[in-house]
Design a protein. Structure first.
Length: 495
């Protein structure tokens, strides 16, 4: 029962030609592994750098691994990262559908085509799926590999369950080329007759990726190096179909340390975890871009790249085959740099939810508080603990008023507060300038260093040794009434 050639011809006719086309093909797992984010980024950059097309394909044929809502995580992450796709399940495109389970009808026909071409065979052996996947299946023993066409037809007619396996030649070698790993040659006898089509009629990844990449006109296949060992089998499939082999870009794993890959199961953070830990998407992307890729020439020393700059600079020749180690401290450095480079308004916007975790009093201006923090935090999650003194003055120790460098002790502090309170109370307008000038003038009048006056004022206002911002800023945010209340409380404590 040969498939009508028109079926294949129609699909072939839909394939766009002449432009770079890349795809990110995640399986919906419910989170974005850092390595996958990097794959997505490189794949997107290759397309954008070349003015090509970037495709999102959802690989959901592994029904066991399905996670509720996981596809939404993919869309959300891609959108948040600015890795916009030109074709995909939600936006459509010429070679859809873009969700593998919606392509189910296709794979069986291509598997049958391969059987006709002699590059695959029906296998009726009763094996569990895990046995089939384990690669322990010894094809030389498989009676199905040499089953006559009549016997196959009879089994099919009898409704016997089957899988379709790739028929790997016993002899010879297969060579494939990868952009970073170069030419790799393997003996065919080391390759297994892998399952292409499972008993449930769904394809294995090993088959679906080849059929889909071809039918979607993918020119560059970017994926993790765990697929390198299967690449010779993919080449044999492309060759059997008579299809052009895409450019392979296999990326080495992102490691936790010298010996271990990063893994969510072992507690390493996913992209979503990093966001939750207070890292900015832009900083994560920038850092991840450099995990396994390095700019060349004039840009060789540059570290900070916007997404647009990456589009210009990205070149697949810069992808390294050595595994990269994920260093949270380095990411933190990138994050701090990004936070500092933001406009004050943009920073205030991302900081506000974190400020409001600690500062609930709406009278205290989040934008103004943000101004104190921008240069003083590395991650957004650093923010709340720095602000715990705004809503309520913490209980603090008298000894906080003693500071050698500012030349204050408890007696001097009391004196300073006694002078500061009326000076501040007399201010007609509660502006930072007015508070600043009043205190600086007072210090001059008293013949003391500014710090000798500012130290006790800040301690009394905040009840903390370390605060973001100085006395003036903190008093301004607290407002006149609350400032005076706190300064008086400090005096009472010192008396
Ligand atoms: N669905 C595969 C994965 O998530 C994609 C591999 C590929 O890009 O070909 O690992």
């Amino acid at each position: 029962m040969a498939v009508d050639p028109a079926f294949f011809a129609e699909l072939e006719a839909r394939i766009p030609k002449g432009k770079v086309r890349t795809r990110f093909a995640p399986s919906p797992t419910g989170y974005t592994h850092v390595g996958n984010l990097r794959t997505a980024l490189y794949t997107w950059l290759i397309a954008r750098h070349a003015g090509g097309t970037f495709i999102l394909r959802i690989e959901d044929t592994d029904q066991v691994r399905q996670v509720e809502g996981a596809t939404d995580v993919i869309y959300r992450t891609m959108a948040e990262c600015g890795l916009t796709h030109d074709e995909g399940p939600d936006v459509g495109g010429p070679v859809g559908p873009y969700i593998q389970t919606e392509r189910q009808g296709l794979y069986g026909k291509f598997a049958e085509l391969l059987v006709e071409k002699g590059a695959a065979y029906y296998c009726f052996c009763e094996k569990t799926e895990s046995e089939e996947d384990s690669g322990e299946f010894d094809r030389s023993d498989d009676p199905c590999r040499s089953m006559s066409a009549e016997e196959v037809a009879a089994n099919l007619a009898a409704g016997k369950p089957y899988v379709i396996r790739q028929r790997i030649p016993h002899e010879g070698t297969t060579t494939f080329h990868d952009v970073s790993f170069g030419d790799i040659t393997v003996e065919n006898k080391t390759l297994d007759d892998q399952v292409l089509l499972k008993r449930d009629g769904l394809p294995t990844y090993n088959f679906a990726n080849v059929v889909d990449d071809h039918l979607m006109g993918i020119t560059h296949v970017v994926r993790g190096s765990e697929y390198l060992s299967s690449a010779p089998k993919y080449n044999l499939l492309y060759e059997a179909f008579g299809w052009e082999i895409p450019t392979y870009v296999h990326c080495s794993p992102v490691m936790r340390d010298q010996h271990n890959k990063m893994s969510k199961r072992h507690g390493d953070p996913s992209y979503e975890d990093l966001r939750e830990q207070g890292y900015l998407t832009e900083a994560i992307l920038n850092y991840v871009a450099l995990l396994g890729w390095a700019p060349k020439g004039d840009l060789g020393e540059q570290e900070i790249f916007s997404l647009n700059e990456l589009v210009d600079a990205f070149d697949i020749a810069g992808i390294s085959k050595s595994p990269a180690i994920f260093d949270l401290e380095k990411l933190t450095y990138f994050n701090a740099t990004y936070l500092r480079r933001m406009t004050p308004d943009a920073f205030a916007k991302v900081a506000e939810p974190y400020i409001r975790q600690a500062v609930k009093n709406p009278a205290y201006d989040a934008g103004e508080i943000a101004g104190l923090l921008q240069a003083r935090c590395e991650k957004l999650t650093d923010i709340p603990e720095k602000l715990d003194f705004f809503d309520a003055l913490p209980a603090y120790d008298k000894s906080f008023f003693v500071n050698k460098k500012s030349k204050t002790d408890e007696t001097i502090s009391l004196e300073m507060l006694e002078k500061a309170v009326p000076a501040l109370e007399a201010l007609p307008a509660w502006t930072t300038e007015a508070i600043h000038d009043a205190l600086v003038n007072l210090a001059a009048e008293l013949g003391v260093k500014n710090a000798t006056l500012m130290w006790p004022v800040r301690i009394a206002a905040a009840g903390k040794l370390v605060t973001p911002g100085g006395a003036v800023e903190i008093c301004h945010i607290l407002g006149k009434e609350e400032t005076l209340r706190r300064l008086r409380a400090g005096m009472a404590m010192l008396k």
